[in-house]
Design a protein around this ligand. Structure first.
Ligand code: SAM
Length: 273
């Protein structure tokens, strides 16, 4: 704004996000289970299955020479401890028998990435070139070449970004034509008002309390709950994805997203034309 208030508020938000995730990094995976009663695992599994990483086009009839195996280059933004990335690789490997697809796990926070690196050591991917890490702000992916990524995923991350439209533009830039943007995120409100009231009571009452009791950090979990309230509705976010230039599946029918667990979370996808 004229007086620079906006800049100050944005800087405050960015530094708050930094402090929160540095503080929750070591208890992040346990807290996710407690806060969502384990349901985040189902959402993530569903998200990954719906993306079907590692799927390859049907090979042409076996006439020599056989085509070289194609694999995907996936970018998992706000990848934190790698919870989505390792699921993507497991799916590609076991369901699609694709031993080549790789994931670049990117996050702004070095502590979260350190947890991801630690976790990687106990996966079958640690000594391979299928996982790599990049410390970067989702709003500036200049370390990544344009049109080089097949699948861009962001799970429970985008609501923390200061400039969501800038991050979407960067997603568009790094994706190849035909590449897919996929976002899993909480929604600010459930359509059913009674469930919405119950859900708000759980998130504003129980989550900061669990944060205090288990992680000794009420404030960070209070922030995480409040950031969900401020995130755009499914319709608004689908419009942002479309305005970036992505083709949004289901758009023509007035939708463009998939609600999970009665709309507590939602999946948005976009295809770069
Ligand atoms: N995707 C993981 C998952 O689903 O378990 C981690 C999600 S965690 C709630 C959110 C992550 O977003 C944190 O690791 C945080 O550091 C990261 N983050 C916040 N702002 C970011 C930004 N501007 N650019 C990249 N990552 C960011």
């Amino acid at each position: 704004t004229h007086f620079g208030f906006e800049t100050v508020a944005e800087e405050l938000k960015a530094s708050k996000v930094r402090t929160v995730f540095s503080s929750v990094a070591s208890s992040y995976d346990t807290m996710n289970d407690l806060m969502s009663l384990g349901i985040h695992r189902l959402w993530k599994d569903h998200f990954v299955r719906s993306l079907n990483p590692g799927i390859r086009p049907t090979p042409p009839p076996p006439r020599p020479p056989p085509p070289p195996p194609q694999s995907q280059r996936i970018l998992d933004i706000a990848g934190g401890t790698g919870d989505i990335a390792f699921r993507l690789l497991d799916h590609a490997t076991t369901t699609n028998r694709d031993p080549h697809t790789s994931v670049l796990i990117s996050d702004i926070n070095p502590q979260m990435l350190a947890e991801g690196r630690k976790r990687c050591l106990s996966t079958p991917y640690h000594a391979t070139n299928r996982v790599s890490f990049l410390e970067a702000n989702a709003e500036d992916l200049s370390a990544i070449e344009s049109s080089s990524i097949d699948l861009y995923t962001v799970a429970f991350g985008i609501r923390n970004f200061t400039h969501k439209a800038t991050a979407l533009r960067e997603a568009y830039r790094v994706l190849k034509p035909g590449g897919v943007f996929a976002c899993l995120e909480f929604t600010p409100n459930l359509a059913n008002p009674v469930l919405n009231a119950l859900y708000k009571r759980w998130s504003f009452g129980a989550i900061p309390l669990i944060g205090q009791l288990v992680a000794g950090d009420r404030e960070s979990y209070q922030y995480l709950v409040e950031s969900i309230e401020k995130f755009p509705s499914q319709r608004e976010f689908a419009a942002m994805v479309r305005e970036t230039g992505f083709l949004v599946p289901g758009d023509a029918e007035g939708g463009g997203w998939e609600d999970l667990s009665m709309g507590i979370a939602a999946v948005h996808k976009g295809v770069k034309p």
